[in-house]
Design a protein. Structure first.
Length: 728
């Protein structure tokens, strides 16, 4: 894995800040403000006109290598050059617009769009034409840490209006209609594509259900990059045959159900680093920018590396005490305290990212930090580190993440910690996730995460408490009058619907908040389809999970469809689930930790109206350590759920069962637990009973209390006793 450094480019907001050390205030989210680096100016646009026309410039010459350029308010410059000569910096107070009908390239140190400024590289009405390329190249220049100790320079900084619109590609990623197998040189896509051209770069995920010997440091990648040779209808011919199989998910009976996706990461508006192995560029938007970017490629950007952060430190007198070597916040594409325009865009959002591609981010691909009401839609994020799409600190609110494809996000190890700010690792979001959201106040709809190291969706990073969120669109949450508080302990995730995760991934979803996960699809995850540790209440509705039964034969292969882990949660419900091909369908401790959460242990864990075809259908386990504070206050109910056996070889000490009562996870654990109450077992009305741990069967049991039910891994009582139990 290559580790290169990221820096966050930030610039000045208004012409009044003309001195070398002038800064925007700390409300920008940058602790010491934003330095205006493009001084002294060497050439100024004195009239509107073409960049290549000497008459446009105060020096009567076209800006060249090393120039510090100012485009004054009121001036409009049309960029029409194709240049590799690095301009030191440009401050845009007026307008800088790229031609959309000819190839262009601007090589730049730092490009700052000030609050009054406007940058156009295509617009929605007039995108950069297909067959034409517009490039913004971040020069390979060392950061001057004497003038810029927090390393904000070196890329695109936006405080004003930014429009980028490349030629439309629809869809930006698509499901395949047939399994792509090794040796094939044609992909069959599920529907016709538009805007896909010969030479486009395609990416396919590794779709395997990894076994224990294939994970962690033993992982040998099987994702692939290929180039389009031609497109005809739903047939996409590649430049070379595939080297690996990219198989879909099958039911235990062998029927093919789900197929992988292919993503297109080529765009004709390109923002890239001149030297990915040198000083890489980055893109940042701060304060009140008006940003609408569609069908652009962000390539080889970012300087913050995955791993322990090392940021610049200052003394109480403002003097630099230490210059950071891995500065936080220098990402590929970053909305940083970007509160948006005071009036929303015509689509109702504060910022818009549609149809873009991120390829090779040093850490995170798309980062939303204390920024709100954004639309992030139809983007492809490929080959990121730590996470693909991020909501950074938990304040982010009312953003819509819809139909994005995050593929291949490398993490910090197989057993990566659930990191957060202030944690021992000081590596937030470093696990390797498709989507990593620190807080709950956003919408995720119909996204896909594939071939990411740990979490398809990591929506859990430990306690967050109360955060400040905007009172209205365009609000500056650093101001009390424009913000309100949100207690994240009680707040639900706004929406999580129709999302999918699969392939060479440990866990599909790690959910740590309240709310509803609806219609989640997870397949070929090696540990858990969904792991849930809600703060209080969670509903998992319509989840579909598929494992590769062939990957369950080893002694350590214990993949689980849904795994509950928070003993203190009041209510967790799984309904309408369809889980097949896993070691365990649903696993839960089904009891509460009342010493830590007084009064919250009287909830119910329920599995209802579901179908489970796994080696073990429902597994109920006790504590890993003996603890007198563990209590049987939480009830477990299995209602109208059908079970089918999954025939896979397993050691005799781990027998198959519809319901397994796993007592005594540690020596000396003798605390009593309530039985599991089962209604309408296997969909048969009236087949109702209780399942007990072995040493808890009632001493004076009725004859029905030892009914022979070999499919149940525990002692049970049937008939009226169960009905009476539910009324206690």
């Amino acid at each position: 894995m290559r580790h290169t450094i990221v820096a966050l480019v930030v610039a000045v907001a208004a012409p009044a800040f003309a001195q070398d050390h002038a800064h925007l205030p700390a409300a920008s989210g940058v602790p010491h403000g934003i330095p205006r680096i493009c001084t002294p100016v060497t050439t100024t646009a004195v009239a509107s006109g073409a960049w290549s026309n000497p008459a446009t410039w105060s020096t009567n010459r076209v800006p060249g290598a090393g120039d510090a350029v100012l485009i004054r308010s009121g001036a409009s410059v049309t960029y029409d050059a194709l240049s590799d000569a690095p301009v030191a910096c440009i401050d845009v107070e007026g307008t800088l617009a790229f031609r959309t009908d000819a190839n262009t390239r601007l090589t730049i140190g730092t490009l700052t769009v000030l609050e009054t400024g406007r940058l156009e590289i295509g617009t929605e009405r007039r995108p950069v034409a297909a067959g034409v390329t517009a490039e913004l190249v971040m020069a390979d220049r060392p950061i001057d840490t004497a003038r810029d100790p927090e390393q904000l320079t070196g890329g695109l900084v936006g405080l004003g209006t930014v429009r980028m619109h490349g030629a439309v590609k629809t869809p930006t990623f698509t499901r395949l209609a047939a399994e792509p197998l090794a040796g094939q040189s044609t992909l069959t896509v599920a529907g016709a594509v538009s805007g896909w051209r010969a030479g486009d770069k395609l990416v396919l995920p590794d779709t395997r259900h990894l076994r224990e010997p294939e994970r962690g440091s033993n992982y040998r990648a099987q994702w692939e990059e290929r180039t389009v040779a031609s497109v005809a209808g739903t047939a996409v011919t590649l430049n070379a045959a595939l080297a690996f199989d990219h198989k879909g998910a099958r039911r235990p009976d062998g029927a093919l159900e789900f197929l992988p996706h292919v993503g297109n990461v080529t765009r004709n508006v390109v923002l890239r680093s001149a030297n990915p192995a040198g000083t890489r560029g980055h893109v940042i938007f701060v304060m009140h920018p008006d940003v609408d970017i569609r069908y652009a490629l962000f390539k080889d950007l970012g300087r913050t590396r995955m791993g322990v952060l090392d940021s610049t430190e200052f003394g109480s007198d403002g003097a630099v005490r230490h210059v950071g070597t891995n500065q936080i916040g220098r990402y590929s594409l970053h909305f940083h305290h970007a509160f948006g325009p005071t009036s929303p865009q015509p689509n109702g959002y504060q910022f818009t990212l549609i149809g873009n591609a991120i390829d090779d981010a040093s850490k995170w691909g798309i980062t939303i930090h204390n920024s709100h009401y954004g639309l992030v839609q139809d983007n492809v994020v490929y080959n990121s580190r730590g996470a693909g799409i991020v909501a950074e600190d938990g304040t982010e609110s009312f953003n819509v993440f819809e139909r994005n494809f995050a593929i291949r996000s490398e993490g910090s190890g197989e057993f990566a910690p659930r990191s957060g700010y202030g944690g021992a690792t000081n590596d937030p979001g470093g696990e390797g996730a498709g989507f990593w959201l620190r807080g709950p106040n956003n919408i995720l709809r119909n996204n896909v995460a594939a071939n990411v190291d740990v979490f398809g969706y990591g929506i859990a990073a430990g306690a967050l408490g109360t955060v400040r969120i905007p009172k209205f669109k365009g609000a500056d949450t650093s101001k009390d009058a424009e913000s309100i508080t949100l207690d994240t302990t009680d707040a639900p995730l706004l929406e999580f619907t129709g999302n999918e995760a699969y392939g060479a991934t440990q866990t599909g979803v790690a959910m740590g908040w309240n709310g509803t996960l609806k219609d989640m699809r997870v397949w070929h995850t090696s540990r858990h389809g969904i792991t849930a540790f809600p703060t209080d209440r969670l509903v998992i509705d319509g989840a579909v999970a598929r494992g590769d039964a062939g990957a369950l034969t080893g002694p350590f292969e214990n993949s689980t469809g849904i795994w509950f882990t928070n003993y203190a949660a009041k209510s967790v419900t799984v309904r309408n689930a369809d889980i097949q091909g896993m070691r365990v369908g649903v696993a839960s401790p089904f009891f509460s930790r009342i010493d830590l959460e007084p009064g919250r242990g009287d909830g119910v864990a329920t599995v209802e109206n579901s179908y489970l075809r796994n080696y073990v259908g429902v597994a109920v386990a006790t504590a890993y350590t003996p603890d007198s504070t563990m209590s049987a206050l939480k009830k477990a109910i299995v209602r109208n759920t059908r079970f089918d056996a999954l025939a896979v070889p397993r050691p005799a000490q781990y027998p198959a069962a519809a319901i397994s009562m796993n007592y005594g996870m540690s020596a000396g654990d003798t605390q009593r637990r309530d039985p599991v109450i089962v209604y309408d077992f296997n969909g048969k009305p009236g087949d109702t009973f209780r399942v007990f741990y072995s040493h808890e069967m009632p001493a004076a049991a009725a004859p029905a209390c030892n009914a022979p039910r070999p499919e149940i891994g525990g002692f049970l009582c049937a008939g009226d006793d169960a009905t009476q139990e539910t009324r206690r």
